[in-house]
Design a binder for this molecule. Structure first.
Ligand code: MV4
Length: 447
C-alpha cells in the first residue's frame, strides 16, 4: 500500500500528480525551492517543505535533501515526474534502500535503457527492428571508417549516454567522419562523462512516432497507441498529436505489437514509452525507450480516457493490470500545444517574469494543464513550460478548428509565449494536411 507520496518535482506535472493522488485517496507532499515560494504546486499538496534556495542542483536534483524530506514527512513513495531525477537510476536505488517506493522502474531497468547502445543491443536480441548500424560502441577511427563504409553514408554518430538528440553528429562521407568522430567522442565525454559512440545509418526526413506502454509486475503489458512528436525544434517537442496522420491501421498494429513485445521481454513495469523513427516508406526502427511519464502523456489520456498517472501509481503498488489489449478503445483525435515562456520572434529565447493577466480557454474537449496564475512571477531557473493546451475532438479537422479557437481565446500578458507560434502552425497548409516530418520546423519562419 502507498499512503503518502512525495512529489519530487514542480510546475504543472507536480499539480498533475497531486490531482491523481487526491482521486486515489493518497496524501501528497510537495517540495519547493525558495524561488518557488509562490508556486501553485505547494498549495495542491497536503504538506509542503522548502528544501533549498533556487538552483535545481540544490533542490529538485538534490537526492539527500529529497530523501530527508520523504523520511521526515513519512512519505512511503516518491513520484519523480519528468525531467530532474526521473531517469536517475541511483536515485531510484537510494529510494528503495530507504524503504521508499520509487514510482518508476528499477535502477537496473533505468540504466539499461539509459545506455542507448545497450538498449539497441537488447532490442536486436529480441528481434525489434533497429536502424542498420554498429552492434555496440566504436572506440577508434579505423573501426568507425570500416563500419561507416559497411553501413553506407550518410551515417549518424550518437553518444551512448546521450539521448533526446544530445551529442549527435552526421557524416556525409569519410572525410567528414574523420573530422567529426573525435569531436563526437570528446563532446560525449564532456557532456555525459562517457565517450562511448555508436554509429547508425542516417535516416533522412524521419517521423518521430512513440508508443505509450502500460505494464504490471506480473508480466502483463499493453500499448495505448502512438503519439506523433515530429513537430519539434532543436529536439524540443512543441506539438504532439494522436493518432498520427502518417500512421495506417496495419502499421499501428505491427508497431504496437513490437513495442509490447519489447517491454515484456525486459520485464518492464509501470508506464513507459517506446520511441521509433519511421522513414518515408514507413519502415520503422526502435530509437529509444523512456522509462518515465512524459509531458505529452495527456493526449493519450484524451483518446483512451485512461488516467496514466493513476495507473502508474497503481502499478507501483503492485496492482494487476486491469485491461487486456482488446479492452482499449481509441476515440477521436487529440493535440497538445506546449505553451512556453519563450519568445518565438527571438529564436525562442526564455522570457521569464510576471504574468500580468491570464485567461485560459475552456469548453467541450478542452484541457489546460498549468501551474500559472495572474500575478505569478515565473522564475528564470527552471524549464520554460508554463501550460499544456490539450484539445480533443471526433476527428483531426475538428480538433484543428478547436485548437485554433482555443489559441484565439488564450490571454497571457506580461511575458512572451509560444502562443503566436502555435497560431501560425495551426494555419499552416502542410501541417493541416498532416504531411509534415521531423524537419518541418527547420525552414519555418515567424511572420
Ligand atoms: C536519428 C535520425 C536519423 N537517423 N537516427 C534525434 C533524437 C534522438 N532520440 C534520435 N534522433 C534522431 N536519430 C538515425 N539513424 C534523426 C534523428 C532526429 C530526430 C528524431 C526524432 C525527432 C526529431 C529529430 C530531429 C532531428 C534528428
Amino acid at each position: 500500500m502507498i499512503k503518502k507520496i512525495l512529489i519530487a518535482n514542480r510546475g504543472e506535472i507536480a499539480l498533475r500528480i497531486s490531482r491523481a493522488c487526491k482521486e486515489l485517496g493518497i496524501k501528497s507532499v510537495s517540495i519547493h525551492s525558495e524561488a518557488d515560494k509562490f508556486s501553485l504546486h505547494r498549495k495542491f499538496a497536503d504538506e509542503d517543505i522548502c528544501i533549498g534556495a533556487s538552483s535545481a542542483k540544490d533542490t529538485y536534483l538534490n537526492i539527500p535533501k529529497i530523501i530527508a524530506a520523504a523520511l521526515i514527512t513519512g512519505a512511503d513513495a516518491i513520484h519523480p515526474g519528468y525531467g530532474f531525477l526521473a531517469e536517475n537510476g541511483q536515485f531510484a536505488e537510494i529510494c528503495e534502500k530507504n524503504k521508499i517506493k520509487f514510482i518508476g522502474p528499477t535502477r537496473k531497468m533505468i540504466e539499461l535503457m539509459g545506455d542507448k547502445a545497450m538498449a539497441r543491443k537488447t532490442m536486436i536480441e529480441i528481434g525489434v527492428p533497429v536502424v542498420p548500424g554498429t552492434e555496440g560502441i566504436v572506440d577508434d577511427i579505423a573501426t568507425a571508417k570500416k563500419e561507416a563504409k559497411r553501413i553506407k553514408y550518410p551515417v549518424i554518430m550518437k553518444a551512448t549516454a546521450g539521448g533526446g538528440g544530445k551529442g549527435m553528429r552526421i557524416a556525409q562521407n569519410e572525410k567528414e567522419l574523420e573530422e567529426l568522430f573525435p569531436i563526437a567522442q570528446a563532446e560525449a565525454k564532456a557532456n555525459f562523462g562517457n565517450p562511448g559512440i555508436y554509429i547508425e545509418k542516417y535516416i533522412e526526413h524521419p517521423h518521430h512516432i512513440e508508443f505509450q506502454i502500460l505494464a504490471d509486475k506480473f508480466g502483463n503489458a499493453i500499448h495505448l497507441g502512438e503519439r506523433d512528436c515530429s513537430i519539434q525544434r532543436r529536439h524540443q517537442k512543441l506539438i504532439e498529436e494522436t493518432p498520427s496522420p502518417f500512421m495506417t491501421p496495419q502499421l499501428r498494429e505491427k508497431m504496437g505489437e513490437i513495442a509490447v513485445k519489447a517491454v515484456k521481454h525486459i520485464n518492464y513495469e509501470g508506464v513507459g514509452t517506446v520511441e521509433f523513427l519511421v522513414d518515408k516508406d514507413r519502415n520503422f526502427y526502435f530509437m529509444e525507450m523512456n522509462t518515465r511519464i512524459q509531458v505529452e502523456h495527456t493526449i493519450t489520456e484524451e483518446v483512451t480516457r485512461i488516467n496514466l498517472i493513476k495507473k502508474q501509481i497503481l502499478a507501483a503498488m503492485g496492482e494487476k493490470l486491469s485491461y487486456k489489449q482488446s479492452d482499449i478503445n481509441f476515440m477521436g483525435h487529440a493535440f497538445e500545444c506546449r505553451i512556453n515562456a519563450e519568445d518565438p520572434y527571438s529564436d525562442f529565447a526564455p522570457s521569464p517574469g510576471k504574468i500580468e493577466s491570464l485567461h485560459f480557454p475552456a469548453g467541450l474537449g478542452v484541457r489546460v494543464d498549468s501551474h500559472i496564475y495572474a500575478g505569478y512571477d515565473i522564475p528564470p531557473f527552471y524549464d520554460s513550460l508554463i501550460a499544456k493546451l490539450v484539445v480533443w475532438a471526433y476527428d483531426r479537422d475538428e480538433a484543428i478548428k478547436r485548437m485554433q479557437r482555443c489559441l484565439d481565446e488564450i490571454v497571457i500578458e506580461g511575458i512572451k509565449t509560444t502562443v503566436p507560434f502555435h497560431k501560425q502552425v495551426f494555419k499552416d497548409k502542410r501541417f493541416i494536411a498532416g504531411t509534415f516530418d521531423t524537419h518541418f520546423l527547420n525552414d519555418f519562419k515567424m511572420k
